[in-house]
Design a binder for this molecule. Structure first.
Ligand code: ZN
Length: 142
């Protein structure tokens, strides 16, 4: 079992910037606040969406794009470090006017309409992403 133990640090509540890219916003949020490890959740709505599905055989993300308004049913993720910089890993569920849900890995191209973020910094060990041979993903080093 690969586990690291942390203690909670600062807690943040933030209103997201209208028209910002959600993934970039989260990366900038972590950098600006010097968050090296942490977790967060977001709810709100987007003007467009981009979600990824990791094809395990080809080790590539297939991206599904939505050029329409959708609700953020939930968006959960974490902050860690990759190449010395804050990295965000998040998954998002987007809902349409009929209540249908689309879900996947949060990609660039998800534009914020309005949203609320709550985040907790985690203090303790270093949480760093490194390339993983087996999955070809960037996974936490233990
Ligand atoms: Zn993912």
């Amino acid at each position: 079992m690969m586990v690291k133990e942390f203690k909670p640090g600062r807690h943040f509540m933030a209103r997201l910037d209208h028209d910002a890219d959600l993934l970039k916003y989260l990366e900038e949020f972590a950098a600006k606040n010097h968050i090296k490890a942490g977790h967060f959740a977001v709810i709100g709505a987007v003007k467009s969406g981009a979600i990824g599905f990791y094809e395990q055989k080809s080790s590539r993300y297939e991206v599904v794009r939505f050029d329409r308004h959708l609700e953020i049913g939930n968006c959960l993720g974490n902050f860690s470090i990759r190449d010395g910089k804050p990295a965000v890993h998040a998954h998002i569920t987007l809902g349409d006017e009929a209540g249908r849900a689309f879900t996947g890995h949060l990609m660039e191209g998800t534009r914020i309409f309005a949203g609320e973020l709550w985040a907790t910094e985690m203090l303790g060990d270093t949480l760093e992403r490194v390339p993983d041979e087996v999955t070809k993903l960037s996974l936490w080093r233990f």
